[in-house]
Design a protein around this ligand. Sequence first.
Ligand code: GLU
Length: 388
Amino acid sequence: MAALSVSSSCADVLTNARRVVVKAGSSLLVAPQTGALRHQWMASLVQDLADLRANNTEFIMVSSGAVALGRRALALGDGALILEQKQAAAAVGQPMLARAWAEAFAPTGLVTAQALLTLDDTENRRRWLNSRATLEALLAQNAVPIINENDTVATDEIRYGDNDRLAARVAQMSGADVLILLSDIDGLWSADPNRHKDAQHIPFVAELNTQVMAMAEGPNPGSDLGTGGMATKLEAARIAVRNGCTVMLTSGVCRSPVTALLKGARATMFAPSSSIRDARKSWIAGTIKPVGAVHVDEGAVRALETGASLLPVGMSACTGEFFRGDVLVILDAKGAEIGRGLASYNADEAVQICGLRSEEIAQKLGYSARAAMIHRDDLVLLNKGSEQ
Ligand code: GLU
């Protein structure tokens, strides 16, 4: 397909999509006042998705709502929940959610499949490949994967916390060409439209740069039920567009929200920025929680831009607790992220070899070691528009 421009329509992109991930937030699935499932809304979305399928577009659902449903069933009230209460609420709400989806899809003849992911399922390469194989097997059987975070076992340190970024990683994992984020807001605005009368709706984002990211700053219009506000939606969009996926952020408040999108409903479309051809590099680029950082000098930045590996001599500092094979962010002298890559050393070794030339490393560590801190095959520069 030709590169997207401000005149491209969501309808055109969606009609030509091969595989779509649709994420629905808690506030769409569960009525905020009563805590009850919105069955008719679900039925309307299911009909939309069945229509997509009839047009030869495969789809995967990412569904929130487990905590919101379980909270009501356990009479936990409206206030903030502590972690254990959230886990308990999800344990009760998730089977209710899965049953509701199965019932909603029953009239279409499509079989639903529940897949509950933990952060490690996308952030650990081996588990990523396993999860991807499962998704492919389900789609090959024409089943509908309904994905949520496994909130019952997730703890604050090891959770996505919001389904926007989970959906972006799923879009990447499944090679989807479109990610639709159904929300309670009809796209990105230059400021929160509830608080700023002069806020402007942004229909098209060609490049998700820092200026665009800043539009979500400050208290952002997240709903009471879900956890993801505009900032997490933009983070999610960034993960997806970097992997060649078009993102559509639109309101799901009305019935049949995907049909509405096809008919020109207001939305923000984020154009894919670059497509990283190498699947492993694309996984590295989309990491949600890198565990450490390496600070590099200007010489190293220039070397990386020519395609070189990151050598210890170019490193000024290392932070975080990481092990060989973990994903690190690479920061320039101003602290700006320029890329990501897989560590060749554990953190305790890395701090010792910062600034050392290759021949000094073995001497320092007492054993012969790898020349690069991050090998170029394991490294991706994030602002590079070209394919890597
Ligand atoms: N996984 C959470 C749930 O099912 C929702 C997270 C979110 O709001 O994005 O309740």
